[in-house]
Design a protein around this ligand. Structure first.
Ligand SMILES: [Zn+2]
Length: 365
């Protein structure tokens, strides 16, 4: 069913091989002409598998409900396919993070693109050029699990920031995390970890260069290396709600129609988080609390990611097996559990949870 939607963008040849690796996009409606209006990108980090899984579900849904598609939607479900094959975050050749290549290839006509991950990044940017909306899907690392959330880099322009805020709510995900991008101007290509190297900001920056209004969001949920059904379910619902609210998809026939159409993996009908907040909670530097392990050892927790942890409640238990110590990692103030440690090995001071303090949350909307 998906074959008629497939479009091979380009292929890259990794350094060790003569075999090329195709970069594949899927277009809805099939084989449309001109630039896409919406671009969904996943699998830039090869070990973050919730994004490709959510895209597979979404594509299955769109292919079986073509009457719903009201805009030109391009999905690139698996950018770093070599990393995916071996469960690695980076592009395996030279261990290069594809994410960090976007800033390097951000400017048109900058000469030859040298390496295969740079060619990969350039091909993605070319394929999504012209879109008004870019949605890039990620997961946490193997140590932490994230509640389903939408992130974006907050522009300094106030009216643009307000539009971002409005759009971010349309995903109907439990958390919204606007991030400040310090400093204005161009890209610092040499600064390691410069957030402007990443796809979402490069996309917005490029669009701004040609005077086009465009918005880029990062969807995040779960941990790396495994598919979390509840997270995929939540992201799929979120993307559907977002595109439907903007008229880019028509409303599904019933609330579950889209999920029912997704047949690749059975999806849960349950809400992913039983007690998730009834309205999106906006994360800010003022209300975000980091909980750090008080002792080294084995950390265990049954706290619900995305749910509420009351003040004085242990978020988990750490047991030091060497010195026969145990510590209940209680939280002083209650909050919504945005992220939780899922890898049990902790050192003293390791991050075990991120909580959003509800009393600090703005009560607008
Ligand atoms: Zn990632």
């Amino acid at each position: 069913m998906l074959h008629s939607h497939r479009r091979e963008l380009e292929s890259v040849v990794p350094a060790w091989s003569r075999e090329s690796v195709p970069i594949v996009a899927y277009d809805f409606p099939a084989r449309f002409e001109g630039p896409p209006e919406v671009a969904l990108v996943a699998g830039i980090h090869g070990n973050e598998v919730n994004g490709p899984a959510a895209c597979a579900q979404l594509m299955s849904c769109l292919a079986s409900s073509p009457h719903r598609v009201r805009s030109r939607i391009r999905v690139i479900p698996l950018v770093n396919s070599l990393g995916f094959d071996i469960g690695r975050r980076s592009w395996p050749v030279h261990n290069v993070d594809v994410y960090e290549q976007f800033g390097r290839v951000s400017e048109p006509n900058q000469g030859a693109v040298a390496t295969s991950p740079q060619k990969l990044a350039a091909a993605v940017l070319t394929a999504i050029d012209g879109a008004q909306l870019c949605i890039d899907i990620h997961s946490s690392n193997r140590y932490m699990r994230e509640a389903p959330q939408v992130r974006y880099y907050e522009p300094s322009d106030a009216s643009l920031a307000a539009e971002y805020q409005d759009l971010s709510r349309r995903f109907r995900l439990p958390f919204i995390w606007p991030k400040r991008l310090e400093g204005a101007g161009g890209f610092d290509r040499e600064a390691p970890g410069d957030p402007r190297r990443i796809l979402s900001t490069v996309f917005a920056h490029r669009a701004a260069l040609v005077g086009r209004r465009a918005f880029a969001f990062i969807l995040m949920g779960g941990s790396s290396e495994r598919v979390n059904k509840g997270v995929c379910d939540s992201l799929l619902r979120g993307i559907d709600a977002f595109l439907t609210s903007l008229g880019m998809l028509s409303a599904p026939d019933s609330e579950e129609a889209c999920l029912a159409a997704g047949t690749l993996i059975p999806m849960s009908r349950d809400r992913p988080v039983p007690d998730e907040p009834s309205r999106p909670i906006v994360v800010s530097p003022d209300n975000l609390k980091h909980v750090l392990s008080q002792i080294p050892g084995v950390f265990m927790s049954h706290s619900p990611v995305g749910g509420y942890v009351a003040s004085g409640t242990p978020v988990g238990l750490t047991v030091d097996l060497t010195n026969a110590l145990e510590h209940r990692e209680a939280v002083e103030k209650g909050g919504w559990l945005l992220s939780l440690r899922v890898h049990p090995s902790v050192y003293q001071g390791a991050l075990i949870a991120r909580l959003v303090d509800e009393t600090q949350v703005l009560t607008e909307k």
